[in-house]
Design a protein around this ligand. Structure first.
Ligand code: DQA
Length: 137
């Protein structure tokens, strides 16, 4: 099974960025744990701060892997383009957010990803990615 995790803007700063919201672990460290926990899954990881690069990656992997786990971060709330990209590909996308976006500012409560996602997980910290992988298994 081939699964890719795609993270959007500012998630390269995990571990340093607002640790009271996003925790103190880097995604690179957490990703190593995931690879150990899910040895039978071909896991890959991509992060970009650039909307078009996220769309290009969705197009690239969206016809040849089994699952996409997408945390589009701030673009979740603004990007019609990423929402349309998910509609245009075949691979199912699970939307993940580390924080509970519904307990935060109003503008975080709208997602262009959710209507096109096969499932949504938020508020479980980094564990949400773990749960998303399990949902594909
Ligand atoms: C986030 C929530 C978004 O609102 C925010 O812009 C992020 C991270 C999360 O994982 O909780 O950058 O997607």
């Amino acid at each position: 099974m081939k699964i890719i995790i795609i993270n959007g803007p500012n998630l390269n700063l995990l571990g340093k960025r607002e640790p009271e919201i996003y925790g103190s672990q880097t995604f690179e460290d957490y990703f190593k744990d995931l690879q150990l926990r899910f040895k039978n899954v071909e896991l890959s990881y991509f992060q970009s701060n650039i909307e078009g690069e996220l769309i290009d990656k969705l197009h690239e992997v969206g016809f040849n892997c089994d699952g996409i786990i997408l945390n589009a971060a701030a673009y979740t709330h603004t990007s019609v383009g990423i929402g349309d990209a998910i509609k245009g590909i075949e691979t199912p996308v699970v939307e993940v957010h580390i924080s509970n976006i519904h307990a935060r500012e109003e503008f975080r409560q709208h997602s262009y990803i959710s209507p096109n996602a096969s499932g949504v997980l938020f508020g479980f910290g980094l564990k949400g990615y773990d749960l998303a992988i399990q949902s594909f298994l």
